[in-house]
Every structure is written in C-alpha cells, then in structure tokens.
Unconditional design. Sequence first.
Length: 466
Amino acid sequence: MLLGIMTLLFLVSCEVDPPPVPAPVANAGPDQNVTTGSLVTLDGSLSSAAVGATLTYNWSFISRPAGSAAALSGTTAVRPTFTADVAGSFKIRLVVNDGRADSAADTLTITARAITWASVSAGDGHTVAVKSDGTLWTWGYNSSGQLGNGTIINRHLPVQIGTAKNWASVDAGWAHTVAIRKDGTLWAWGLNRYGELGDGSNTTRRSPVQIGTATNWASVAVGGAQTLAIRTDGTLWAWGSNWAGQLGDGTGAHSPLPVQVGTAANWASVSGGYNHTVASRTNGTMWAWGWNWHGRLGDGTETARLFPVQVGTATNWASVSVGAGGHHTVAIRTDGTLWAWGRNEHGQLGDGTGTTRHSPVQIGTGTNWASVSAGYLHTVAIRMDGTLWAWGHNLFGQLGDGTNVSKNSPVQIGTATNWASVAVGAGGHHTVAIRTDGTLWAWGANGGGQLGDGTTTERNSPVQVQ
C-alpha cells in the first residue's frame, strides 16, 4: 500500500508540463512607396501554433500626414485598402489576437510622394511633358493633332494622353511629337507631311502610333520636320524631311521610315534644328549635317552637308542642343564651358554681339554650365548652382526676365537656385522649365495656350503650370 502511494507520487512528480503555446505572430507586410492618389492594399499575415486558434486582424493608423482624411476600408479585414490622399508618411499598426489572452503587433509605413513633373519639351506652339507617375500630358496648338489627344482643338491646360503610365521621354517639334515608352518602344503623332512620324506613310495622326516593332529606342530628338533617335546599341536613325540633307544618309530624299545614319555605334546624344542636325559621340566628338546657312553646322563654312562632318577637333563635348526651327547651335563641353555658333541677329548666341559665327565661340568664361536648350531665336541655360539664364530674341517675353527687350549676352532669370538640369525646353517663342521640387514653369508666347496656364496671355516672367 505504502509502496503504491510512493510510486504514484513519484510518477506525478515526474510529469513534464506541456510546452507553452507560442504567442501569435503579426506581419504587417513590407513598407511601400506610392504616389499620391494611389489606392493602397495592405497585405499582412498572422500565424499561431495554438490548436484551434481563431485569429483576428485589427488594423489602425498610428499617424497620417497633415491634412489627410484617409480611412481604412475595414479595420478587421484581411486585406484592407485606403487612398493615399496627400503626400507624406502613413504609419499603420496591425494587432493580432488568437482568441486567448495573447496578442502581437507589427507596423509598416506607406510613403506617398506627390506626382510631379519629370520632363518637358516645347515645340513651336505646343508643349509636352511626362509626370513622375509615367503619364503623358500635352497642351497648346493642335492644328495637326500634335497634342495626340485625338482632336485638332487647342488646349490651354495640360490634358493627359491616353491612360498609359510607362512613358519615359518625349520631344516636340514644329508640329509633331515623338515619345519613348519604358519598354523601349517608339511612338509618334501629329503632322506627317514628309514622313516625320516614321510609320511608313504621309498620313497625319491625331493619336500616338507605334513606330515599327523595335524595343531598343534610347532617346529621341525632333527637329523642324525631321526626327532623330538613338538605339541602345548606339546606332543613330533618322526620318522625315531631308531636302537639305538633315537626315545624314547622303541623299536629299525624304524618308517615311527610319534609316540608319552611317554605321557608327557610338552616338551619345542628338538634337534637331529647323533643317540641320547635330550629334555627339561617346568619344566626345561633335558632328553636324544638313543646311548650313549662317554657319549653323559649325564647320567654318556655309556648305550644306549630306553626311555627318566633324565639328572641329575637340573631344570633350558633353551635350548638344539645337534650336528646333532656329538657325543656331549651342553646346556644353565636359569642362563646363558653353559654346555657340550660327545665326545671331538677335543675340541668340550670347557672345555680346549680333555677328553670325561659322565656328564655335565660347560664351563668357564660366565653367559651370550644366544644361542648355535653344529655341527659334533665343537660348536658355542652367548653371550648376541651379540658376537659370537666357538671351536672344525677347519680343514675346520668352527670356523670362520681366521685359520684352532682347539680350545679346546671358541674363539671370529671377533669383531661384533650384532649376533642374536637363529639364529646360525652348520652343518657337516660349520656354518651359522644371525646378528640383518637380514644379513646372512657363513663359513667353501663348497664342495657342502653350504655356498651360489656362489663358492665351503672353508672359514675360515664369508662371507655374499646375
């Protein structure tokens, strides 16, 4: 009897307590970066080793940006949603309970960034731009369908073109527009008199049409009625008007399809003028071809060229810009110096004179020029300190200095120091530029609403485009 009791006590004392059931684990999911206006879907997960545990979700905002009215579609839903209505950080908490006394929590942050202007280009009387969300917008004159919205009605405010959100870059010409999508495809619309759209026809298009089937287009430049583009393999292609040899294929024949310019595969940048083309290679050399009245090719002559000819012997050209519709050329070297050549009756070269130049001349002594763009009769440039400068014809206020007086040397536009490089587009007689905060500004001629401010009023100082 005693032995049995002792054995029972021993067995009881040797019993091992069952292991504790692990507490539930909450995973609110990864942090996300979105654009304002986006519908955000939360996708957290819960786990628990408790047998028969009933897991419940409980989502809540820890904090929201000032001014936000965002609300979760369901605080106990598995995958609730909300709209990131303003820019800023949305901090969210997920709490899980498994039906016992145990619970766990996790947090995540959704960062909403405002949709801003990413790039812009100005044609003769219309403007085209891409936003940071990849959407494409146009405004201004539209008599040839150059806005791409399916009509020929002028627009005084930006209108979105289609619903695609994968536009990478766009360039505007005299009356046509060409753009590249992020998948490397090329699209064009507008006037097509000389085949400048590149779709094999001379049919004007009011909406974007894909040009060929290639998916390796890297950059595009539009001249008066010619189009130039570089592929990712470094080859250069051209199509459209060619009466002065601006396509560079050795003929004077217009081409409604892309033709390769020579066999070189080291083209770095290209820009088109009214009837001439200028491009740089990866070895830093500069090349030009086409019409050469007023010496716009920079080779010291006024002889038209059907093939690319090298401009001087320098091997430190960093970028090139040609007036779309104009007759002068401006370019920056890797040492930050600025050079110009060609027609100069309005001081558009910026050398302090009205003298035409047949070879590149340095503009001032500055070594901090970052980007430059040439319009029909004026030039705009940005320095490395973020300041904006302009010179040349100013009848329509296209310099933006608050006057309508032409200038033959660079003048600073305002006092802002946050103008973004490679984001200035100088069109026929208007100018558009983007600041580092993503805001877009415009000034100059506005007869077709090309400034995008909702009016047709000329502006001689920058106005913001919403």
